[in-house]
Design a protein around this ligand. Structure first.
Ligand code: IPE
Ligand code: IPE
Ligand code: MG
Length: 226
């Protein structure tokens, strides 16, 4: 079966903000801030390159283990990021989607996110942001829900995942050179292609996305067939 050369759904583990800042002898928060700029660039690049859905790992359920100060910096940046980018998202037809349990965040952020979800709901492309997200927790929640509905199957679990309304995951990218999934999209990655890149997330640009898409286009997906 021939596959389209451009992935419909790309997910990114945006890693390396801390190392980027450390290399430049800057505070970690500066790495996260520049990471936000990389998100802006990547959303634009996806539109230009024809990627319909981008899912980004912004805060994991395990990231609460970090120091209070870093978590507070991340929350501040999240507020600012939404304020600065919501208008562009609406204008560019980007629908915001959140995966993970964002109700754990401060009430003002929850409110801001809900407003953003509402205002972008008619967008034709999707930016899915993983917030307080853990894939094992997501699968457990989905399985429990399927059980309550009386039918635990691959299809019924899948239908209850946070990503149920997104296209199947085609390509998963992780930056920073680490080669692990860190509890991200474990179920969805079953037959996704994976690309691990050495670039630190704040340095990620359109050229890196293009390189990943070029590599994706060369891959032969078999899904267990031959
Ligand atoms: C990724 O960068 C961003 C978040 C996890 C929020 P890191 O902060 O993990 O950067 P490194 O891995 O320490 O370089
Ligand atoms: C994964 O990166 C989470 C995000 C990118 C938000 P981490 O930096 O938290 O992952 P580990 O701890 O290196 O596995
Ligand atoms: Mg990291």
């Amino acid at each position: 079966m021939s596959e389209p050369a451009t992935p419909r759904h790309v997910a990114i583990i945006m890693d390396g903000n801390g190392r980027w800042a450390k290399n430049k002898r800057l505070p970690r928060a500066m790495g996260h801030r520049e990471g936000g700029e990389a998100v802006r660039r990547t959303v634009k690049a996806c539109a230009r390159l024809g990627v319909e859905c981008l899912t980004i790992y912004a805060f994991s359920s395990e990231n609460w283990k970090r120091e209070e100060e870093e978590i507070a910096d991340l929350m501040k940046l999240m507020r600012r990021f939404i304020e600065a980018n919501l208008g562009d998202m609406v204008e560019q037809g980007v629908r915001l989607k959140i995966i993970g349990d964002y109700s754990a965040f401060d009430p003002d952020i929850v409110e801001q996110l809900e407003d953003a979800l509402e205002r972008t709901k008619d967008g034709s492309r999707t930016l899915a942001v993983a917030l307080n997200y853990g894939s094992q927790q997501e699968i457990a929640r989905a399985a429990a829900k399927a059980a309550r509905q009386g039918d635990v199957t691959v299809a019924s679990i899948e239908a209850n995942l946070d990503t149920a309304d997104l296209p199947p995951l085609d390509l998963l990218i992780r930056t920073s050179g680490e080669v692990r999934l860190s509890n991200f999209l474990l179920w969805q990655a079953a037959y996704a292609e994976m690309i691990f890149m050495d670039v630190l997330w704040p340095d990620f640009g359109e050229e890196h996305l293009e390189a990943a898409l070029d590599e994706f286009a060369q891959r032969e997906r078999r899904y267990g067939g031959r």
